[in-house]
Design a protein around this ligand. Structure first.
Ligand SMILES: Nc1nc2c(c(=O)[nH]1)N[C@H]1C(S)=C(S)[C@@H](COP(=O)(O)OP(=O)(O)OC[C@H]3O[C@@H](n4cnc5c(=O)[nH]c(N)nc54)[C@H](O)[C@@H]3O)O[C@H]1N2
Ligand SMILES: Nc1nc2c(c(=O)[nH]1)N[C@H]1C(S)=C(S)[C@@H](COP(=O)(O)OP(=O)(O)OC[C@H]3O[C@@H](n4cnc5c(=O)[nH]c(N)nc54)[C@H](O)[C@@H]3O)O[C@H]1N2
Ligand code: SF4
Ligand SMILES: [Mo]
Length: 896
């Protein structure tokens, strides 16, 4: 039977609505939901590929697993055994060492209902605030700044403001890649109104920056200086709103005194930009009828991320660019439910419904609402934020940690410390949907989680809009919903400790949501009037949505009354401070990290489809051409990137996007696809003093060429998820190795080392099922260190390994890709030098599979974007590649 289920995309904070098609319990297709107000039917390349990532159970966590003794391998167990064990171990450790000896590390990708139960389990039952989330790496600076400046945590803006804005300031946001569907809306608004101006603040010339009227390529970490300098100029030019400042804000005088020193000249010098550009940006912002800023990790992931946010909000308050259509500071959330996590208070520093742990009245409100009065009190000790949390695990202060829906051994800064922590811990629980992540090996218990397409609940997107998430199919294997798993353990702990109240008897996500919404009544995010029935009847709704409301609130603070005690917004005097890990002669490069268009974080899901590898098939370190030339480095050279903490080897990519002195690496590759844990081997664990968010956007590194004379390329056609799992253990034995997926049934392994690791090739042959047989041909020359194997199926090559000499590998791979029949005697496969085949070209348009060569050829014939769309079809489906098409056209125009 065919079904269509209305839900949301599980990736970014845009929160696009999707229609999931399923047949006989399998997801068969995904389309944009034309009625969802976030996307009106559009999806980006990641959303378009959702179905192909969700079709196979291979690699899924399908049953609970338990390690019975420290050094034993995990074995499959029943749910009862797994849940009883977790409950017993947590209860024992709490009884022996107190509640703060356990911790939870959860995720902005959990649904609100999942999040709610985890938070209640930690804070309401165990009595610890040690529950933090990957949102600490993502949104915490934005949260703290909103609260400090506006009094409450929530963006004052909404998506419609994208259409109303006259000046758009992108600060540390590569929206073209990270929030593509919203970016489409902005592109359309700009095309409709050529007077709209875009300013992009980003050290790199991203696809977002390439479209800007003004790109401020500041030195990494200097945003506060920039915003202070802009404010200085606005004051000087009389572009501030004195009346608004006097009546609706406080703290301006101290700020004014501070920015006196930040003349445009001084600020521009710190930022490494032209003074004229800074003044231009300030004027476009201040004189605009509606200025909107869109900001993300370039501001938040900083050792002074809160100040970066505050300095930007200062600009909005001083010019009254807030509380009006098209105006306001809009923090773009990264994960699909970053907002929902904040709403339920799912972090170490907050309580349910935007309440504070340090506030006794807030604690008693939650105690009363949870029915804890006279039974137990909530802890008033703030919990440990992510970086400190894992440090406490490492030092033994925290003995048990339960990780759900996040992969800290990949995504935390300085991952060697996290690995050490998890190896030291007494008890590690990992609640995961996929088995190959870098954190799973450390689990004493694996709890298999249902995931996208199988789960039901709600999420809140960047504009405070709550959408229903609905299950289209049953969970894979024995996997269960996250809220269910947490509630089951909680019920067992209640029984073990003889709790007089039963807090976790919820029968469904709806029952949890109803409890959650009661806690929000009277708070700034009041959703007292919003239930599943309302969401069913009215569709996705924004908060606040109090009892009796007919619809949610699009914007906040339209009456200039802010959520502070006196209703006034607060200016903060933001001092400019340098980055935490300064460059010096030993570590001369500034390492920036971030995202690619088509991959999602640790790739546990986006890495399951060849489509999403086509835009960037291998990891790379990007470097400015001049910097590479000065060091004699060329495109594709393997280099070691080393920081004060760790190192890894990556291929070099020459780039026109970077300024001299900066290098860039995408965050996505982990030990699932790479010989090392990824770029966070090198990043710095320094955190912002107010938000505890780590500085993932800047570390000092050095780059050195590595000489790895032994190379191997292995390619095999087959079930790619199974092959990926079989190859993964081989990666770490080489100094460099990376896996990529092509055409959904080709796996490609490229490796480099000083010499062949002992026994490695034999294991590779086994993993790839390249045993010698009639269809397999082998060539060995021990003296020259050559070892090659090719296997045929019928008249086509079906896989090969070329070790020691990889000269023909790309040509053979092309044969496989194109399913070219092999002509001539088979043995000539080793002899024939096939000359230089061009490496595989990049696919720019993933929907229509259009490559770079084809596009550039059309541009050379004079095609513009419209013609490219008309003739090649690229950019006509999801539109994610349109910024790049524009950029290729513009580059060609400059070259002429
Ligand atoms: N394709 C894709 N989309 C995603 C995700 C994904 O994994 N893949 N993840 C989602 C998540 S969780 C998040 S948080 C968002 C992140 O979305 P973004 O923050 O937009 O993405 P990033 O690439 O992490 O970083 C944005 C930019 O910050 C710049 N930057 C670095 N240092 C500085 C600085 O000091 N100042 C300024 N102004 N800019 C700086 C970088 O050059 C980079 O271009 O994306 C979401 N969307
Ligand atoms: N260097 C560097 N590091 C970064 C960043 C950066 O810009 N640079 N960005 C940071 C940011 S903003 C973020 S948000 C983090 C993200 O970092 P992570 O949270 O580690 O990212 P994911 O890989 O999305 O991890 C989610 C995990 O949950 C699993 N999963 C999927 N669905 C479900 C489910 O329904 N239930 C359960 N239980 N599990 C599920 C997935 O398989 C995956 O392993 O990375 C941070 N790290
Ligand atoms: S913009 Fe793309 S990744 Fe983000 S929610 Fe929409 S479809 Fe998903
Ligand atoms: Mo994020």
């Amino acid at each position: 039977m065919k079904t269509v289920t209305r839900s949301t995309c599980c990736y970014c904070g845009v929160g696009c609505g999707v229609l999931i098609e399923a047949e006989d319990g399998r997801i068969t297709g995904v389309a944009g939901d034309p009625e969802h107000p976030a996307n009106f039917g559009k999806l980006c390349s990641k959303g378009m590929a959702l179905a192909s990532t969700a079709q196979s159970d291979t690699g899924r966590a399908l049953q609970p697993e338990l390690r019975t003794t420290r050094d034993a391998a995990r074995v499959p167990v029943t749910w009862d055994t797994a849940l009883d064990t977790v409950a017993q171990r947590f209860a024992d450790i709490v009884a022996q060492h107190g509640p703060d000896a356990v911790a939870f590390y959860v995720s902005g990708q959990l649904l609100t209902e999942d999040y709610y139960v985890f938070n209640k389990l930690a804070k309401g039952l165990i009595g610890t605030n040690n529950i933090d989330t990957n949102s600490r790496l993502c949104m915490s600076s934005a949260v703290v700044a909103y609260k400090m400046a506006l009094g409450a945590d929530g963006p004052p803006t909404c998506y419609e403001d994208l259409e109303h804005a006259q000046t758009v300031l992108f600060a540390g946001s590569n929206m073209a890649w990270a929030h593509p569907v919203l970016y489409r809306r902005l592109e359309e608004a700009k095309a409709a109104n050529p007077d709209v101006r875009w300013i992009v603040v980003d050290p790199r010339r991203t696809d977002t920056a390439a479209m800007a009227d003004l790109h401020l390529a500041i030195q990494p970490g200097t945003d506060v200086a920039l915003f202070n300098g802009m404010l200085h100029h606005l004051i000087w030019e009389g572009l501030i709103d004195r009346e608004f400042i006097a009546e609706h804000t406080s703290g301006f005088d101290a700020l004014k005194t501070l920015v006196r020193d930040f003349t445009p000249r001084v600020a521009a010098e710190i930022c490494g930009i032209a003074e004229q550009d800074l003044m231009q940006a300030a004027e476009w912002f201040g004189a605009s009828s509606a200025a909107l800023s869109l900001y993300c990790m370039g501001l938040n992931q900083s050792s002074h991320g809160t100040d970066k946010n505050l300095a930007l909000i200062n600009l909005h308050l001083a010019t009254r660019q807030i509380g009006r259509p098209g105006a306001g500071p809009f923090s773009l959330t990264g994960q699909p439910n970053a907002m929902g996590g904040r709403e339920v208070g799912g972090m170490a520093t907050m309580l349910a419904a935007h309440r504070d742990i340090g506030n006794p009245a807030h604690r008693s409100e939650v105690e009363a609402l949870w029915g804890l009065e006279g039974i137990r009190t909530l802890s008033d000790r703030p919990g440990l934020p992510a970086v400190e949390l894992f440090d406490a695990v490492r030092s033994g202060k925290v003995k048990a940690v339960w990780i759900a829906c996040t992969n800290p051994v990949h995504s935390m800064p300085d991952i060697a410390r996290v690995r050490e922590a998890l190896s030291t811990a007494e008890f590690v629980v990992v609640q995961e949907a996929f088995m190959q992540t870098d954190t799973v090996p450390y689990a004493d218990v694996v709890l298999p989680a249902a995931t996208w397409g199988e789960k039901s609940g709600t999420v809140t997107n960047s504009e405070r809009r709550i959408s229903r998430v609905r299950a289209a199919v049953a969970p894979a294997g024995d996997a269960r919903a996250d809220w269910w798993i947490a509630a089951q353990v909680a019920q067992r702990i209640e029984r073990l400790v003889g709790s007089p109240v039963k807090l976790f008897e919820h029968a469904s996500p709806e029952a949890i949501f109803d409890e959650h919404r009661v806690l929000t009544k009277g708070r700034d995010l009041d959703i007292g009037g919003l239930g599943y029935a309302t969401l069913e009847a009215l569709g996705p709704q924004q908060w606040p949505f109090p009892d009796g409301a007919q619809t949610g609130a699009a914007r906040r603070y339209t009456d200039a009354v802010f959520a502070t005690a006196d209703g006034r917004a607060r200016f903060h005097a933001t001092r400019y401070l340098p980055v935490a890990d300064p460059v010096n002669a030993r570590y001369p490069f500034r390492l920036l990290t971030g995202r690619l268009r088509d991959q999602w974080h640790g790739m546990s899901r986006s890495g399951r489809t060849a489509k999403l590898f086509a835009h960037a098939s291998a990891p790379a370190l990007s470097i400015a051409r001049g910097d590479a030339a000065r060091r004699g480095l060329r495109e594709g050279d393997l280099v070691r990137v080393a920081s004060r903490r760790g190192s890894l080897v990556l291929p070099l990519q020459l780039s026109d996007e970077l300024q001299s002195g900066s290098v860039y690496a995408p965050m996505h590759w982990s030990a699932q696809f790479l010989a090392s844990g990824g770029i966070n081997e090198t990043t710095v664990p320094a955190v912002d003093p107010l938000s505890a968010q780590p500085e993932l956007k800047h570390s000092a590194v050095r780059i050195e060429a590595v000489d790895l004379p032994w190379r191997a390329v292995a390619v095999r056609r087959g079930e790619m998820l199974a092959m990926q799992a079989a190859l993964q253990p081989l990666l770490a034995e080489c100094t460099y190795a990376a896996l990529a997926v092509e055409a959904d049934d080709l796996i490609v392994l490229r490796a480099a080392n000083l010499a062949a690791p002992p026994g490695w090739l034999e294991r590779l042959y086994t993993a790839l099922d390249l045993a010698t047989g009639d269809d397999t041909l082998e060539y060995r020359d021990a003296r020259r260190g050559l070892d090659k194997r090719v296997v045929w199926r019928d008249n086509m090559i079906d896989g090969f390994v070329m070790a020691g000499d990889t000269a023909n590998a790309d040509a053979l791979l092309a044969d496989l890709r194109e399913r070219k029949p092999w002509v001539g005697p088979r043995f000539t496969v080793f002899a024939a030098r096939r000359g230089n085949t061009a490496p595989r070209e990049r696919t720019i348009c993933s929907c229509k599979q259009v490559g770079e060569t084809q596009i550039n050829a059309a541009i050379a014939r004079g095609a513009d974007v419209a013609e490219l769309k008309a003739t090649l079809g690229c950019g006509t489906v999801c539109g994610s590649c349109v910024p790049e098409l524009k950029r290729l056209c513009a580059a060609a125009a400059v070259a002429h």
